[in-house]
Design a protein around this ligand. Structure first.
Ligand code: ADP
Ligand code: TRP
Length: 330
């Protein structure tokens, strides 16, 4: 049997997950669990760069776990766990940090963007890519499915793996392949900018009823009159419809836009129905999972154990090569 490739990806539990997260990341994770030895984790150490309320972080973490399981992540097909269940990650991050020039972190686009937007950065945010590199390298991952916005972080992890191997003159870490998921363009938010929790422009995956309706109805559109023809390719509502509708429905709605007499209000109602239908089963599954917290904790406990065991096999030779004294076994 040929050895399967290790696939790894993570998502930060730092707020409710939105449909940008789903189409940009989670959907691909769920698909790829069939295609290799997949490791998926809740990047809760990363969330500490922005969430400093313990109760809130626990809540967000459980929300993301429930969301993933409800959407179809199958713990029998992949290893699903919390980053904080693998302390080797922060151990490796420290060692990598000691081989990382400050100038490399200063080039971080995500860091520079946040600073440009007036955020006063903490050291965790500055060294975020080192922790992300450790996440990837500690499992000897081959493939890291992420969105375009994560490209630089993957490159940094390749760079740091090479630095560590050269420093100790040994093949201690595998250099991961780049795997940028290109299947969706950036999902727009209700104001037309990139959907992001930082812009408060999201439609959350598990919003329902009035809350969902309110978000959909407030999507910004231009002021073309109801009777006039409209360009579907220049409309935030249609950009979202495209994600949820099948080919035929998509074409049908585009025709209605172009014909005129079809208002943005109609399109929004159509979108609302599509979103409700698309996530209906997941919504039911999530409600069942909420009633079964023991099962959810078992999933994380099992996943954490497997991830820790793998991480330790990678970490042990690194400690030894680095000359780190240790008087106990894990
Ligand atoms: P946010 O911008 O809401 O803070 P994150 O940066 O935590 O979202 O993104 C988590 C994952 O979801 C990343 O892999 C990212 O590529 C993907 N993602 C986030 N927003 C979008 C979007 N609007 N369109 C496509 N993918 C997105
Ligand atoms: N930085 C990623 C994001 O914001 C989350 C993440 C942390 C991650 N560690 C990772 C993604 C390792 C892939 C691999 O989406």
């Amino acid at each position: 049997m040929t050895k399967q490739k290790t696939i790894l990806s993570g998502i930060q539990p730092s707020g409710k997950l939105h449909i940008g997260n789903y189409f940009g990341a989670m959907r691909q994770h769920i698909q790829m669990q069939e295609e290799g030895d997949a490791f998926y984790f809740l990047a809760n150490y990363h969330s500490l760069t922005s969430v400093n309320d313990g109760g809130l972080l626990e809540e967000y973490t459980m929300d993301v776990v429930l969301d993933y399981l409800a959407l179809g992540l199958d713990p029998n097909k992949c290893t699903f766990f919390a980053q904080s269940d693998v302390p080797q990650t922060t151990e490796l991050a420290w060692i990598l940090g000691c081989l990382t020039p400050v100038s490399l972190m200063e080039k971080g686009v995500a860091y520079k963007d946040k600073v440009a937007n007036g955020l006063s950065p903490n050291i965790g945010l500055f060294t975020y890519p080192i922790l992300q590199a450790a996440d990837i390298l500690i499992y000897h991952s081959h493939l890291v499915p992420v969105g375009e916005d994560q490209k630089q972080n993957i490159e940094i992890s390749r760079d740091l793996a090479g630095k560590l191997n050269r420093a100790y003159d040994k093949e201690l870490l595998i250099i991961p392949e780049e795997f940028i998921v290109k299947s969706v363009a950036t999902v727009p938010g209700i104001d037309g900018r990139k959907m992001s929790k930082s812009y408060d422009n999201t439609i959350n995956i598990f919003d329902e009823g009035k809350a969902l309706k309110k978000r959909v109805m407030s999507i910004q559109t231009d002021s073309t009159a109801l009777e006039d023809p409209k360009d579907p390719d220049n409309c935030n509502v249609f950009a979202l419809i495209k994600l949820f509708a099948d080919e035929e429905t998509r074409k049908d709605i585009a025709d209605k836009y172009r014909a005129g007499g079809y208002g943005y209000g109609h399109a929004k109602k159509e979108l609302l129905g599509l979103i409700e239908g698309y996530f209906a089963e997941a919504r039911e599954r999530r409600k069942e999972l909420v009633k079964n917290p023991d099962y959810v904790h078992d999933v994380l406990r099992e996943g954490g154990k497997k991830a820790r065991e793998r991480a330790e096999t990678v970490m042990e030779p690194i400690r030894e090569a680095a000359g780190l004294y240790r008087s106990f076994d894990y």
